[in-house]
Design a protein around this ligand. Structure first.
Ligand code: DHB
Ligand code: FE
Length: 282
């Protein structure tokens, strides 16, 4: 049986990827942020999963205004790198896990989650920056990846309730897979940030910290937080945080907090990061 061994949450700020790619992580501005991921890189070396299901959003890099799936799943053998802004990052191609991904897509669709199935997909900073933060700069990524893009960039985004419940469905589906696989689920994006308009640069660290506490202890309550509250309290891009609910739903009722990190600011973002494990595995 495959099993979910851990959940990772982390912001996916594109400038963080650029800092890594340009060798600037030791600069005064960046060092305190990257230092906060040293524990995680070490932990990940000791807990490398066979497969990481990475919940992220495309930033109109591969998808665009024309086509924007609400929930999608990459089932291909591999995923090329793309990006907006700085352009594609010089990181290894992302290797897929087609057998598990196909099983998950079928299971979720039969569970009434209408996934868009992606036989071709290129992945942007939403997915590659978390991989760099957790794995550093290897020549080849040490784990296979199932990309799970979620629309958080264009109205209407899925509800928090839907996100938590798709996470729970992912857990059931993974546990029904006939294969001895260690699987992690990653939720990326957030925390508070606004990169446009009059409130550009908005950060709300107390709200972010409360969100982390609620995610750990009260996800069933958190799922009813309206999108408008994310907008008002966490800025126009803060709604990326609904993707963390998918990760949390996949971990079961109770979790242990392995690691927590906050840093303000990185670019326009309040950086937040968690490593959680399901209670029964700790
Ligand atoms: C920033 C953060 C993001 O999550 C993103 O997708 C784009 C920009 C920022 O802080 O600049
Ligand atoms: Fe983003």
């Amino acid at each position: 049986m495959a099993r979910i061994s851990a959940g990772i949450a982390t912001s996916h700020v594109p400038a963080v990827g650029a800092a890594i790619d340009m060798g600037r992580t030791d600069e005064d501005y960046w060092k305190p942020m990257f230092d906060g991921y040293e524990f995680s890189k070490q932990w990940m070396r000791e807990n490398t999963p066979d497969v990481a299901i990475i919940v992220y959003n495309d930033h109109a890099s591969y998808f665009g205004m024309e086509i924007m799936p609400t929930f999608a799943m990459g089932i291909a053998d591999s995923f090329a790198i793309c990006d907006e802004g700085y352009g594609p990052r010089p990181v290894p191609v992302v290797e897929g896990a087609p057998e598990l991904a196909t099983h998950l897509a079928a299971s979720l669709i039969l569970d009434d989650f209408d996934m868009t199935v992606l036989n071709v997909l290129e992945v942007d900073h939403g997915l590659t920056v978390p991989m760099s933060l957790m794995f550093g700069t290897p020549d080849k990524w040490p784990t296979k990846v199932i990309p799970l893009p979620v629309n958080v960039v264009m109205y209407p985004q899925p509800s928090g309730e839907r996100c938590l419940s798709i996470g729970k469905a992912i857990r059931r589906a993974v546990e029904q897979f006939d294969g001895d696989l260690d699987v992690q689920v990653w939720g990326t994006g957030g925390m508070s940030h606004q990169i446009q308009g009059a409130r550009a640069g908005l950060i709300n660290l107390p709200w972010d910290k409360q969100f982390m506490d609620d995610l750990i202890n009260e996800p069933e309550v958190l799922q009813y937080k309206p999108h408008l509250e994310y907008m008002v309290e966490a800025g126009s891009e803060g709604v990326e945080l609904i993707m963390w609910l998918i990760m949390r739903g996949a971990l079961g009722e109770h979790v242990d907090e392995v690691y927590r990190f906050n840093h303000v600011p990185a670019s326009n973002t309040s950086v937040g990061h968690l490593i959680l494990t399901p209670k029964e595995h700790s």
